[in-house]
Design a protein around this ligand. Sequence first.
Ligand SMILES: [Fe+2]
Length: 249
Amino acid sequence: MVYNPEGRCIRVPAHPGYAPPRQACARTFQVKERYNLVYVCLGEPEKDLVAFPEWDKPAYHCYLAGPYFICSNGYRAIENFLDVAHFPFIHGGILGDLDRPEIEDYEVVINEDGLFAKNIRVWQPDPYGTGVGDFVIYDYWAFRPLTAYLRKYSPNGDCLTLLYNVASVSEEECIAWMSGSLNYAHSISDEKIRAFQDKIVLQDLNNLESHFPKKLPLNVPLEFHVPSDRSTLMYRKWLKQLGITYGIL
Ligand SMILES: [Fe+2]
């Protein structure tokens, strides 16, 4: 069957002369293709898709990783993406060091564009691939409840960005995609970059999927927090302000 953009069947290949009746139609949705993904809006989109400014810049090596099927609430997946304190414990030797787990205080702001946290200094064991540890800086944005973005950069100019798109499958399951960009290591193949990304995400999933309750406890005091949780605490505050109830306790 061939359909027009309004969803009407306009041709049946097996019957070239056949004129499909008006009731031969499919339900239509607004669709956009961007960052090697197809975005579908099940209702009326309130905003355009989130910008990923590095995607078309030649200085950046861009790639898509995923999909990752996660037995976790989508908001918990975003919280995990926004969190830096877990690096030494979940990604030890790669993104963090158990001997340097301290996180300095940082500021988180909520405004009409969402939530953002800037200048979070994190010690990493090998940020440049030289075997020498150093501090890197993370900036985070949650532009939508299930779309977040981070920029990690170093004083030497190396910059990595990730756009994290999460789609809820149910209140306790989601699928995630990660679009990434690097302004360094242009000779590394997409395959190797994706394998690295898969390894990091798998480490996260082993932790994330063990969190209970599965739903996010916004209205019940089931979890306690420390100052380095500020980004996730503010994220929860923002979800509450938005009046989100799906997947929420
Ligand atoms: Fe992680």
